[in-house]
Design a protein around this ligand. Structure first.
Ligand code: ADE
Ligand code: ZN
Length: 349
């Protein structure tokens, strides 16, 4: 039976968006480190921070572009030393995810941020993986890991990173590409993505956040990615939009991130409605929730409040896309979509 969207009032959306089952596909786990946990870990590990306290650190979260954020984000990650620290960070996120109705999360992590400081690859991956395992057992949240290469570093460094991670191949499901986009086109990482594909790893890449549509084309053509992270600048190229729509390439869009990093001036000016109208498989995500003002439900609620042209149908489509774009077996994906349908049907009056 189809869902009768006309019978679901728009004012039911906040509660429905909060409680409906959903997946998160674009969350940098180091971007979930709240200032309180940063200071707790700094004290535990004897790491000195450039800020006197939580409030001063939060006050520094006034970003002008991607790079201004990355500088402070990498500094925050310097408090992570032991396996327990990586576990604690991921566990804190997964508990919040469960409270947001997230039933599946694919977590990005940046191993080079840690291995460059002398932390072992195994320390990073084991700590994160144990939190994912416990989330399944204790929270009923499915979680998997995607290893991201830092694009401001060389491809040689990325290749060495992938080799160091391969002993833990069963503990992550894919690779991604993040960090400073401008001046670091996807083509720079052709070999390391080919090596990852040969290992059966899923491939995604940040593209078209600050970079031009050509970077999205490069990620598709050269890296052969299955999803584009952000991709909001795709609208500048009608040919690219047609291609993304025809191939149903998902775009993992992060509305609050885009405003905090000045990609859009306000949420009301975000092009998410236009992306949906163009027939693209868009999902909503939190990116770096501790830095950008909120977790997934906050992103969803703020987006629907700022953009009144988005209705119940679009809410359903965005949540459904989160499952369709995920790297989970089809039978599991279909069970979650059934649960989503049930939640929407129950909101009809
Ligand atoms: N690393 C963490 N967040 C990122 C973003 N929004 N873009 C690129 N790299 C990132
Ligand atoms: Zn991101």
């Amino acid at each position: 039976m189809p869902i009768d969207f006309a019978r679901i009032p728009r004012d039911a959306l906040p509660a429905l968006l909060r409680s409906a089952p959903k997946a998160e596909l674009h969350i940098h786990i180091e971007g979930s480190l709240e200032p309180e946990l940063i200071f707790q870990l700094a004290q535990r590990n004897g790491v000195a921070l450039a800020y006197p306290g939580v409030e001063a650190l939060r006050a520094a979260y006034a970003f002008t572009d991607l790079q201004s954020f990355l500088d402070i984000y990498y500094a925050g990650a310097s408090v992570l030393i032991h396996e327990q620290d990586f576990f604690d960070m991921a566990w804190a996120y997964l508990e919040r995810a469960a409270a947001d109705g997230i039933v599946h999360a694919e977590l990005f992590f940046d191993p080079q941020t840690h291995t460059a400081r002398g932390i072992e690859m195994g320390t990073v991956i084991r700590g994160l993986h144990q939190a994912c395992e416990r989330a399944q057992q204790q929270l009923g949240v499915s979680a998997s890991l995607i290893l991201c290469f830092l694009r401001h570093l060389s491809e040689e460094d990325a290749l060495a990173t992938l080799e160091a991670a391969l002993p833990f191949r069963q503990l992550f499901v894919g690779v991604g590409l993040d960090s400073s986009e401008r001046g670091h086109p996807p083509e720079k990482f052709a070999h390391v993505f080919a090596r990852a594909r040969a290992q059966g790893l899923h491939c995604v890449a940040h593209a078209g956040e600050e970079g031009p549509p050509a970077y999205i084309e490069g990620a598709l053509d050269v890296l052969q990615v299955q999803r584009i992270d952000h991709g909001v600048r795709s609208l500048e190229s009608p040919a690219l939009v047609a291609r993304l729509a025809a191939a149903r390439v998902p775009l993992t869009v992060c509305p609050l991130s885009n405003v905090k990093l000045c990609v859009f001036k306000t949420l009301a000016e975000h092009n998410l409605p236009a992306l949906l109208n163009a027939g693209l498989c868009v999902t909503v995500n939190s990116d770096d929730p501790a830095y950008f003002g909120g977790y997934l439900n906050t992103n969803l609620l703020a987006t629907f409040e700022a953009l009144p042209q988005l209705g119940v149908r679009e809410a359903y489509q965005l949540l459904r896309n989160s499952f369709e774009a995920s790297f989970v077996p089809p039978a599991q994906r279909d069970r979650w979509i059934d649960a989503l349908d049930t939640a929407f049907r129950a909101a009809a009056v």
